[in-house]
Design a binder for this molecule. Structure first.
Ligand SMILES: Nc1ncnc2c1ncn2[C@@H]1O[C@H](COP(=O)(O)OP(=O)(O)OP(=O)(O)O)[C@@H](O)[C@H]1O
Ligand SMILES: [Mg+2]
Length: 498
């Protein structure tokens, strides 16, 4: 067995009302990928934040290459060769990618920043990491997609001497194609003897990249397996504590009248898009990240101006000037970047869930608190949102539980058209199954559902029809009965798709 690069022992940490970690231990070996799995709120990010020096544990010891160390600050971690690629990277909005990567260690000439040297350095880093063509050193922080923000965070982590590098759900904002680039990078890192810790909810990915898998539940270690000696079923059982029935359940659907009709629509980044979504039907927009799917969804709800074409809802041509108009017309979009675009971080879980339905819960502007609480409690149960109470500030929830909270808000709304952009990003398997079941129930009730998804199994499991986009255009439409992963991929990637 390879020597241990990192050993953590007896780590405990609690927050008000939550025992996030109790007596957790792990060993990450040189040249191996140790995967960390567990439901939303199991304690994975907390463990990594202790490793990065961001949180101080109440108890616990850490060794690097056999020597006891103290990690009391991010600077300590950096000096010891420990890097953590955060789940929600902090990006400085109005400065370049290059400055974002080297903020704090900018090359200088006299008292000025040496921009040419900085640019060359980052261009070389991008090349070396295999990210060429995916990100540009001159791009401004505020223009970066979620995938590109993740790449900036990875580039930052690779500076200096690295001994242990941990990735917290690095692929949740990456497409399959981009994820492959990351896996290639991880293989190069492990080949040089670096220990990699890898947190993800994607089972296939874990079995593909990991050497060993450590499973956490309720802040405790439930067990460890060699990746080649375990399978999805066993890992799910360890995580959830029970077997999960089929991930996708479908009730019989009978599509009705056309609810959404997108006719030759163009905007800044999409060209000549046409498709329909009928009542009781789930249409999935598939394609690579950057293919224009989010932009199209935003164009539909009036958040991005159309330069040509028409959008009809229930037969009526819409002149939407803002997402607010769209909500009035019965459309709503649960956006991809939930944290930035949707959550009121300082408000409670209850307030975040009820936000979109306050009118329904109110009489003469007085909110019926009892109904509001019941609504929040119901979604807490249905989506297994893990929080000490519905009054907890959303900022205190784990990443996945924040996602579930904002999703609950849109699911609670009775709209005839629901648009969900990457609804299960960062969400654990049990909650995924629950979200799919809710989408299925809504469709069965006659809601028209449009989903943007980059996960092929999800695309295939949910869709009645798949609209594949590439480079801002529709490259093909596939009916459920004819859909396969290969067909979707070839339409999403190949220049001249068959
Ligand atoms: N700063 C904080 N204040 C209060 N509670 C917190 C704080 N950070 C985390 N928690 C709680 O600690 C528990 C573990 O959270 P953590 O973020 O480690 O989960 P996770 O395993 O990373 O989940 P996910 O898969 O959703 O990212 C959760 O119940 C969370 O709400
Ligand atoms: Mg987390």
């Amino acid at each position: 067995m390879a020597p241990a690069a990192l050993v953590m022992e007896g780590v405990s940490k609690h927050f008000a009302g939550v025992q996030a970690l109790s007596n957790v231990g792990l060993t990450a070996r040189a040249g191996e990928v140790l995967a960390l799995m567990g439901e939303n709120g199991a304690g994975k990010s907390t463990l990594l934040k202790i490793l990065s020096g961001a949180y101080a544990p109440e108890a616990g010891r850490i060794q690097i290459d056999g020597k006891p160390v103290t990690i009391a600050s991010p600077a300590d971690a950096h000096r010891l060769g420990v890097r953590v690629v955060a789940q929600e990277p902090e990006i400085i909005p109005y400065v370049s990618v290059a400055e974002n990567v080297y903020a704090g260690a900018l090359p200088r000439r006299g008292r000025l920043i040496d921009r040419a040297a900085l640019r060359a350095k980052v261009a070389a880093d991008i090349e070396r990491s295999g990210f060429s063509g995916m990100i540009d050193p001159d791009q401004l922080g505020n223009s970066l997609s979620p995938a590109q923000r993740q790449l900036v965070e990875i580039l930052r982590a690779l500076s200096g001497t690295v001994r242990v590098i941990a990735f917290d759900e690095p692929t949740s904002s990456l497409s399959d194609h981009e994820a492959e680039t990351l896996f290639a990078l991880i293989r190069r890192l492990t080949a040089t003897g670096i220990a990699v810790i890898y947190v993800s909810h994607r089972m296939k990915e874990i079995l593909h990249i990991a050497t060993r898998v450590l499973v956490l539940r309720d802040g405790q270690v439930v067990g460890e397996r060699l990746a080649e000696e375990t399978d999805e079923k066993e890992l799910v059982r360890m995580m959830v504590g029970r077997d999960l029935s089929a991930l996708f359940q479908r009730s019989a659907r009978s599509p009705g009248r056309t609810i959404l009709s997108v006719e030759n629509v163009s905007s800044a980044d999409v060209r000549d898009i046409s498709f329909e979504v009928r009542a009781g039907e789930v249409v999935v927009l598939a394609g690579l990240v950057g293919a224009g799917r989010t932009e199209l969804a935003r164009a539909v709800i009036g958040d991005v101006p159309l330069t040509a074409g028409k959008i009809r809802v229930d037969g009526r041509a819409l002149q939407l000037r803002s997402p607010r108009d769209a909500v009035r017309a019965g459309l709503c979009l649960a956006p991809e970047e939930r944290k930035a675009q949707a959550l009121l971080m300082k408000r409670s879980v209850r307030e975040n869930i009820s936000l979109a339905v306050l009118q329904r819960l109110s009489f003469w502007h007085v909110v019926n608190r009892r109904e509001e609480r019941q609504l929040a409690e119901r979604y807490l149960r249905e989506l297994h949102i893990r929080t000490p109470s519905i009054e907890q500030e959303v900022a205190m929830l784990s990443g996945g539980n924040q996602q579930k909270t904002v999703l609950a808000r849109w699911l609670a709304r009775d709209s005839k058209l629901l648009i969900l952009d990457e609804p299960t990003r960062g969400v654990d398997v049990a909650a995924k199954a629950e979200i799919y079941a809710i989408i299925d129930r809504l469709a069965a009730r006659g809601v028209a559902v449009l989903v943007v998804s980059s996960e092929l199994p999800e695309v295939l499991g949910l869709a009645d029809r798949i609209v594949v986009m590439k480079g801002g255009r529709v490259s093909g439409t596939i009916e459920r009965a004819d859909a396969t992963e290969e067909k979707i991929l070839s339409l999403a990637i190949l220049d001249k798709a068959a």
